[in-house]
Ligand binder design. Structure first.
Ligand code: B1M
Length: 211
């Protein structure tokens, strides 16, 4: 079944991805397994084919839409949370970057771990992050970048928070394929996570540091 999900995602067959994801849940497969071995596994192959110029942007987009369809089935099945959130997170893909699949998984897993998440989507400017912190400071500002060319927007956002005198009000976590711990340290982020599950662990650690 996971192999079928992976293959349907690679073909960009949204309906089959939705149907099989639902079937996998109904049959009791773990959400993490469906994500890792079905949806993400398919997207990884798409990434490799794109890199090798075997497929092009239209095919990647169609698979990305199938990925979103599968994730929409999984999202409501994460743990139900009580009234008090584990912490508040504002998340977005940084300015200049339109990739949202990884960010959406991080967002979904944080919500599933009882964080209150405000997701600003893609192409989020430093000003938008700053205004969010000004208005109602979250515990964590979380930024995602998939392009080497947009990584600088993470630094710009941290600098904009510093310039506004807001840097110390929040913890900052960054991630995304080209991002590394060294880069996080260099730009003054508080934390780096290589994948969505680690992002949840790191977010919990950051909340402990805040309290
Ligand atoms: Co683009 N793209 N893309 N793309 N794309 C990459 C990223 C690329 C590596 C492909 C390649 O050449 N091999 C390459 C970047 C090269 C580089 O910068 N070094 C690239 C390029 C070049 C481009 C364009 C410039 C192509 C063009 O127009 N010529 C263009 C840029 C548009 C823009 O953003 N301004 C572009 C466009 C697109 C599409 C729109 C077609 C589509 C995006 C659709 C969408 O997201 N809605 C797309 C896709 C899908 C990809 C690949 C194939 C897949 C990305 C993905 O979704 N992976 C990608 C190749 C690849 O990654 N192998 C590629 C699956 C996802 C689950 O993984 O996002 O890494 P990922 O998320 C992980 C972790 O990174 C981490 O957790 C997630 C889950 O475990 N994580 C965090 C992510 N954010 C985090 C935040 C955290 C913590 C962890 O804390 C806050």
């Amino acid at each position: 079944m996971l192999k079928d999900i992976k293959e349907a995602l690679m073909k960009g067959d949204r309906e089959t991805v939705s149907r099989l994801t639902k079937k996998a849940l109904d049959e009791g497969l773990e959400i993490k397994k469906i994500l890792d071995e079905g949806l993400i596994a398919g997207m990884e192959i798409i990434g490799a084919k794109f890199k090798a110029n075997e497929i092009f942007i239209p095919e990647v987009l169609i698979s990305a839409k199938a990925m979103h369809a599968g994730m929409a089935i999984l999202e409501p099945h994460f743990v139900k949370c009580g009234i008090k959130p584990a912490g508040k997170v504002v998340i977005g893909t940084v300015k200049g970057d339109l990739h949202d699949i990884g960010k959406n998984i991080v967002s979904m897993m944080l919500k599933g771990s009882c964080f209150e998440v405000t997701d600003f989507g893609i192409d989020v400017s430093p000003e938008k992050f700053v205004n969010a912190v000004k208005k109602d400071p979250p515990d964590i500002v979380a930024m995602s970048s998939l392009l080497t060319t947009s990584m600088g927007s993470m630094r710009d956002t941290i600098n904009a928070l510093k310039d506004s005198g807001l840097r110390d009000k929040v913890k900052i976590m960054i991630g995304g394929a080209p991002v590394t711990q060294d880069f996080a340290t260099a730009i003054g982020a508080d934390s780096y996570a290589r994948d969505a599950a680690t992002a949840v662990d790191k977010a919990r650690e950051l909340i402990k540091l805040k309290t």
